[in-house]
Write a protein that binds this ligand. Sequence first.
Ligand code: LLP
Length: 442
Amino acid sequence: MQSPNQSIKPITTQINSAGNLEIGGCDLVELADKYGTPLYVFDETTIRAMTSAYKEAFKSYPKMKMMFAAKAFMTKAICKIMEQEEFGLDLCSGGEIYTAFTSGFDMSKTLFNGNNKSYEDINLALECGVGTISADNFFELALINQIAVSKNIIVRILLRITPGIECHTHEYIQTGHLDSKFGFDLTQIDNAIELITDEYKNLNLVGLHAHIGSQIFEKKVYFDEVEVIFKELKRLKDKYILNLHEVNLGGGLGIKYTEKDKPISVYDIAETIIDSIKINSEKYGIEEPSVFIEPGRSIIGTAGVTLYTAGSSKQVPKGRKYQAVDGGMSDNARPSLYQAEYTVQIANNPEADNTEKVTIAGKHCESGDILAKDILLPEIQEGDILCFYTTGAYGYSMSSNYNRILKPAAVLVNNGKSDIIINRQTYEQLCESDIIPDSLNR
Ligand code: LLP
């Protein structure tokens, strides 16, 4: 069965009677006019279709729990949607914890992970009632215990492990291979467990956590991940009479950015994971644990698009044609960071034939600020609205103020209605943290 991560466009995308692109019943040209550009547009129907697909796909394993990896895109409105969809949240910074907490999210359904949590981060997590902390290294075990002792509480923890599985994705977004900055090496687990048992009495170890990478197109790596973890559960059970009953498999399911991408459906991934759980719990004689997954990109990536207005253009004699837009690497760092490719359409002219090869450039003072290289499009006119698909994940969340360019607004669309979920940044907000010290006020 298909799932929304296998399509490039939000599932409500169509061409309306005005001949413009429409998402969530909203005309994209009208949205650009009303809210300005660049603009992130999120289709609520696609988000909920994906959360529903996850729930449906895993329903035959009742001990399955879903969390949304907030790093892909987080605002308070998204926290509300996740709460309604009965997803937990995977949080990885003080800022993400603060956002979830102040949105009113049920913090017992959150997990805090990351490879260098500070005293302040852990303290905030515990003050806000974060449900579980994934301990990444020895330093953190000591720190979490120390803070738990000072608060006289017991903290539920997972051990983040490096399962030694390589997946075929961009090197920067692989995480589960052995030489990784994340997690305990398998050979370090015993030492960690002995410390928890003998010294860190305020830690309640409930299970293991791993994440093998992002934008994954293979099923087998998930099968193998479950196997590696279950083998460890069995070993720990035998050696320490330890019954770890929670397993977190991380996120990673890929999405379709261009026609070249062939992501697998969530139903296929679910079948693989459930098969592996059944096979390996029987093989290793362990009770089926509660299993968590924490997808980010596949929940929110396809639901989001970015609208830009076409500005200047330049034909290099005997070279490329460049078309500049009013955003760039500050609202989408992925092309310059990972050579990521996108599918683009002209929102006010979606049906015209592709007639030229063009390179879409951003407005930043940097040659590498290219959003799409050598793509085929109809001839672009100044003022056209360009729609970049699949920018919902790691677009806004990795945005910056490079060149002091303002962060765009984001709207949520549904049934012909659009609501702002992030206001466009203002110049006042841009400068609000700047201070001119007295010594310079001469
Ligand atoms: N869990 C953990 C522990 C993670 O580190 C990540 C992503 C996820 C879950 C969610 O993975 P997803 O389902 O979104 O693939 N900025 C990069 C992606 C970095 C992913 C980092 N970790 C990009 O734009 O491609």
